[in-house]
Write a protein that binds this ligand. Structure first.
Ligand code: UTP
Length: 289
């Protein structure tokens, strides 16, 4: 079955980026000249997604304002002959059919996804975390969709991470099936180094079959007192219903300061207005270090 819908959980409190995220959602922080969330929506659209549900909360209305028209601003830009800016401002509003639902209580990623059940209905759907930006020639979510459609299974995106950071992630125990494709045998959330199954970490992209909602509905709180998606997905493993794709591309966790700065530098180096200037600026700085 074709994957046409995506869910972007963006209702987290963003405590790793305080105080900046006290009033500005972390998904709306500027990544060079666009908010983080726009990169994620563009990835979904490029992979053929038409309808997107953003799971939001009461402090994040800047997100729905951004993906809407803004007539006063548009008229002003038009009158001033600022065509490029006008086009960019309108493009954001026309990217996809965007819907919103509030999580109401910050009970964890598994709970945020469960809030999407009415939007999703009974077809497989993509999940893109609202603070994970992926850079790759083929959209990362598209790589997962290909596997989900070919094998009629739920699929998670993984990459190998170092021992220094593995305890921050959901980790899989897996059996190779094909090039970059694994059958997931078990999962654990934020394991200690001694307990980890592997260094394959789950990194922000999923394609899920709607049977996950029945599992999430009855899921009890796990790590950190939150309803964890990993705990729910773990239940799919014994029935061989969960695959993992080792995706190609660079992932940035913009929800922490270092990841945010890495992404900012890489995107600014590639941007036509800032690339050459930033290279020179970095060279100059490095000479003084
Ligand atoms: P994170 O743990 O990365 O986000 O959750 P957070 O909770 O905002 O971050 P910190 O730790 O406080 O800095 C992973 C994803 O799940 C969403 C987040 O918005 C992020 O996209 N999430 C998390 C929800 O939508 N609801 C929740 O209750 C928790």
């Amino acid at each position: 079955m074709k994957v046409r819908k995506a869910v972007i959980p963006a209702a987290g409190l963003g405590t790793r980026m305080l105080p900046a995220t006290k009033t500005v959602p972390k998904e709306m922080l500027p990544m060079v000249d666009k908010p983080v969330l726009q990169y994620i929506i563009e990835e979904a659209v490029e992979a053929g997604i038409e309808d997107i549900l953003i799971v939001t909360n009461r402090a994040k209305s800047a997100m729905d304002d951004y993906f809407d028209y803004y007539p006063e601003l548009e008229h002003r830009l038009e009158a001033a002959g600022k065509e490029k800016e006008l086009e960019e401002v309108k493009r954001a509003a026309d990217l996809a059919n965007i819907f919103y639902v509030r999580q109401k209580e910050t009970k964890g990623l598994g709970h945020a996804i469960w809030r999407a059940r009415r939007f999703v209905g009974d077809a497989p759907f993509a999940v893109l975390l609202g603070d994970d930006i992926m850079r790759s020639p083929k959209p990362v979510i598209g790589q997962l969709i290909d596997a989900a459609e070919a094998y009629d299974a739920s699929v998670i995106g993984v990459q190998q991470v170092s021992d220094e950071v593995v305890s921050k992630y959901g980790v899989i125990k897996a059996r190779p099936l094909a090039d970059r494709l694994f059958a997931v045998e078990d999962m654990q959330e934020k394991p200690t180094l001694a307990e980890k199954f592997s260094n394959y970490a789950v990194l922000g992209r999923y394609v899920l079959r709607p049977d996950v909602f029945d599992i999430l509905e009855n899921q009890t709180p796990g790590y950190g007192g939150e309803i964890q998606l990993t705990d729910g997905l773990k239940k799919l493993c014994p029935e061989n219903k969960l695959l993992a794709v080792e995706f190609e591309g660079r992932r940035y966790d913009t929800g922490n300061l270092k990841g945010f700065l890495e992404a900012t530098i890489d995107y600014a180096l590639d941007h036509p207005e800032t690339g050459a200037w930033l290279k020179e600026f970095i060279r100059e700085k490095a000479r003084g270090l």
